[in-house]
Ligand binder design. Structure first.
Ligand code: PEP
Length: 247
């Protein structure tokens, strides 16, 4: 059976002292987790977190990457740069990137492609807004977002991690119910299955206000293979509790 993955997304939070304290507290309480654990940290702290996490069993991830290889793209970070700091994962197409940085399905697909070609596992995020859910368009939206990534990546699709993150549940304290999350995960699972004979190996994470109280029920769903955790990953006891629920 594949091990679940619990990945923290620190978003634009942290500082040198706070990061060190958080990671030391996590490592002190981690023991031997029954799941895989990763932290997606701000680019500025990749080097620091690489040093603190190296050899600990917690993998390092970034929160975004350029779709370009190198060159005149001021402010962008390349996959090669992420690799130099030991990043195993990179979030791609987080809803905050789609919303505030106008990332289209095509750009997200290209970023996933670039990451895969560089040996970085993209954690591809898909999810509907509240308006889209209320209009009954959830399935259509997540399938369209995933289709772009499948189209650009062909058989390599089995190397991605997919995160279903309903936009209305991110950072709002509103979680999708376990049934709502499972329903969408089942749709995504079927789409992946149709695209790849190796789809069984793809981890499907749920993200959106996952916390120590709701984690166990969400993680018990048939097609939920882990969590992408924002706010609760900034508090060591909460993140450790979610990790324990996945083990
Ligand atoms: C996220 O940022 O991916 C996320 C799921 O955030 P939160 O857990 O705070 O809703």
């Amino acid at each position: 059976m594949k091990k679940k993955l619990i990945a923290g997304n620190w978003k634009m939070n942290g500082g040198l002292a706070a990061n060190e304290a958080l990671i030391r507290n996590l490592l002190a309480g981690l023991g031997t987790p029954g799941c895989q654990v990763a932290l997606c940290v701000p680019t500025a702290y990749l080097a620091q977190c690489h040093d603190l996490l190296n050899g600990t069993g917690i993998d390092l991830g970034a929160q975004d990457v350029s779709q370009h290889e190198a060159g005149a793209f001021t402010g962008e970070i390349s996959c090669a740069m992420l690799k130099e700091f030991g990043a195993r994962y990179c979030l791609v197409g987080h809803s905050e990137r789609r919303q505030y940085h106008a990332e289209t399905d095509t750009v997200v697909a290209l970023k996933a492609q670039r990451a895969l070609a560089s040996g970085i596992t993209p954690i591809v995020c898909v999810g509907e807004t509240l308006a889209e859910r209320e209009a009954g368009r959830t399935e259509e939206v997540v399938k369209r977002q995933l289709a772009a990534v499948i189209h650009a990546n062909g058989h390599c699709i089995s190397e991605i991690v997919l995160a279903y993150e309903p936009v209305w549940a991110i950072g709002t304290g509103k979680t999708a119910s376990a049934e709502q999350a499972q329903q969408v995960h089942a749709v995504l699972r079927a789409q992946l299955k149709a695209a790849s004979s190796q789809s069984d190996r793809i981890l499907l994470l749920y993200g959106g206000s996952m916390n120590p109280v709701n984690a166990a029920q969400l993680l018990a769903q048939a097609d939920i293979d882990g969590g992408l955790i924002g706010g609760a990953s900034l508090k060591a006891p909460d993140f450790l509790s979610i990790i324990a629920s996945a083990g």
